[in-house]
Ligand binder design. Structure first.
Ligand code: M6P
Ligand code: ZN
Length: 185
């Protein structure tokens, strides 16, 4: 009647640990399409890990009213002059929102609406970010240490990666003369 008890799952700044945790790895070979400098990504080690996600899925995918929980760790690094970042996505069910919160390291959360209007929020230890529905979201590690953040999203949100693979975000974060710059596409 009251559902299943939460299994012994704990998180820290780096990991989710416990039994039913699923792990996702994204390598350079999975991300060639998202970086601006295709030439630079092709010359890199295709097996290099860019980020990892530990997920806890207490209910089936697509369950209405359920929630998912995850920790994402983005390595420090760049492809050409562009910082390592997540693929980024809209939710397939566009009106679903999400929380992100910073655990370790420093970076930028890119937020973009369907009209491609974009803005950024600094993500760092202790920061809380509410991502409303209809807003694409991507995290960029602008630091020289690992950037780790937590996430909680509806189990029926789904990931629409296709729109981002086709058109990308309207802004990118690159390093110029040792400093971060936002460039418009
Ligand atoms: C967060 C959540 C996940 C997402 C992950 C990596 O943990 O938003 O749903 O999968 O970040 O981001 P992406 O899927 O855009 O690569
Ligand atoms: Zn999301």
């Amino acid at each position: 009647k009251y559902g299943n008890p939460t299994p012994e799952i704990v998180f820290d700044a780096k990991n989710l640990s416990g039994k039913p945790i699923e792990k996702i790895e994204r390598k350079i070979m999975d991300l060639n399409m998202i970086f601006k400098d295709k030439g630079a990504s092709e010359t890199m080690d295709q097996n290099q890990i860019v980020y990892e996600v530990d997920c806890y899925f207490p209910v089936e995918n697509d369950t209405e009213g359920g929630l998912f929980f995850g920790i994402t760790r983005i390595k420090p690094g760049k492809v050409g002059d562009e910082y390592f970042m997540t693929k980024g996505h809209f939710h397939s069910n566009r009106d679903r929102g999400e929380f992100y919160w910073g655990l370790e390291g420093e970076g930028q959360l890119l937020l973009m609406d369907e009209k491609r209007r974009a803005r950024t929020e600094v993500i760092k230890k202790g920061s809380v970010h509410y991502i409303p529905g209809y807003i694409a979201h991507r995290v960029v590690n602008t630091g020289d240490t690992e950037l780790s953040f937590g996430a909680c999203w509806p189990s029926d949100a789904g990931h629409d990666y296709a729109s981002i693979e086709e058109k990308g975000f309207s802004i990118r974060i690159v390093q110029k003369n040792g400093e971060q710059h936002i460039i418009k596409e």
